[in-house]
Ligand binder design. Structure first.
Ligand code: UT7
Length: 327
């Protein structure tokens, strides 16, 4: 650093506020017992899920996203006009195009800057966070409305017991703001390996069947890779930042399966009292699960300002990733 020059501070993306929305309709394991050959005992034992929220007919992903975004906006004290960009992580947009993000942009009264969706299945929020953080660090925008939103129930085959007991709908939002303080997103780590695309995908899409298709999953393979890749990516995050697991205040994982969450926590030597879990009452809401869990833990006072959070997810692609955040 040359003398006489002002030191340029690094820009970080601070989480200014959070918001969320869950559809009114609750589907319990008892309800599912009436629909397919399953049991509450099997679902709880294998996944940890007890109930989940399902969007109403005529209620779209953008409706969930807009509700979450409006709550985050209200809590931030900002106006829609203060938002420079809108990014929505989703695998279940209302339409092939336009993006859900432009509907959110219009609904919150923002009208400048980019608005687009990110599709990385259940890793979507982590991917979108990485993209948003780089936009902010590059100085291109100052404030981003970042949302994970899914009406994944629309892609569920309600006669397939291997998937219909898992997935659910919802949306979570965060507002990111450029700061020169020592807080916000510290690092993001994104990965994909397309040779595993057959493990978890949908049976259709716009350019193949012209329908959205249904979720297909090789559960055991997904489970195995989730345990391996998530443990690798959390290790990578710790090493990259030269921190020890003891320094983490909270693990906020994608909520696919309680056993996957417990396995990652165990590798980090973290007790479950330092892990935010919502899988029991939210199910697997894909790209919405991490911002939903974050919002719940911020709202009920568990996650406090200044705490160190590790977020991680794995999803179809396979895609996976993590983020270290000083809240
Ligand atoms: O969010 C994206 C990332 N998520 C994932 O990658 C998901 C990862 N995988 C999983 O979470 C678990 O593999 C599942 C929860 C999907 C399944 O649990 P599992 O312990 O791996 O069960 P399994 O697939 O090995 O199935 C065990 C048995 C099978 O019967 P047989 O072949 O042993 O006779 C299944 O047919 O359980 C049966 N089964 C069910 N039984 C009752 C599968 N689904 C059900 C069900 N109710 N809903």
């Amino acid at each position: 650093m040359g003398s006489g020059k002002t030191r340029k501070m690094a820009i970080r993306s601070k989480i200014l506020s959070t918001g969320s929305y869950l559809p009114e309709k609750v589907l319990t394991n008892a309800d599912l017992e009436k629909m397919v050959d399953t049991s509450d005992e099997w679902i709880v034992q294998r996944t940890g899920i007890k109930q989940r929220h399902i969007a109403a007919e005529g209620q779209y992903t953008s409706d969930l996203a807009i509700a979450a975004a409006k709550q985050a906006l209200e809590r931030s004290g900002l106006d829609g006009g203060d938002i420079d960009a809108v990014i929505v992580a989703t695998a279940t947009p209302d339409k092939t195009f336009p993006a859900v993000a432009v509907k959110v942009q219009a609904a919150i009264g923002a009208s400048r800057g980019p608005a687009f969706d990110v599709e990385a299945a259940c890793s979507g929020f982590i991917y979108a966070l990485g993209i948003a953080d780089n936009f902010i660090k590059a100085g291109q925008v100052k404030r981003i409305m970042l949302i994970g939103a899914e009406k994944i129930s629309a892609a569920v085959d309600w006669t397939d017991r291997t998937t219909c007991v898992l997935f659910a709908d919802g949306a979570g939002a965060v507002i990111l703001e450029a700061t020169e303080e020592e807080e916000g997103v510290i690092s993001t780590h994104l990965h994909a390996d397309g040779k595993y695309s057959e493990i978890l995908n949908t049976t259709g899409g716009p350019s193949t069947t012209g329908t959205i298709g249904h979720i297909y999953m090789e559960g055991r393979e997904g489970f195995k890779h989730a345990v391996t890749f998530l443990s690798e990516v959390v290790q990578e995050t710790l090493e990259h930042n030269d921190i020890k697991p003891e320094e983490l205040d909270w693990l906020i994982p994608h909520q696919a399966n309680m056993r996957i969450i417990e396995s990652t926590a165990k590798k980090l030597n973290m007790g479950m009292d330092r892990v935010v879990t919502t899988v029991d009452h939210h199910g697997n809401t894909s790209a919405a699960s991490i911002p939903l869990a974050l919002d719940e833990a911020v709202t009920d006072g568990r996650v406090k300002r200044g705490q160190l959070l590790l977020l991680e997810a794995l999803g179809g692609g396979l895609t996976w990733g993590s983020a270290l955040v000083r809240f």
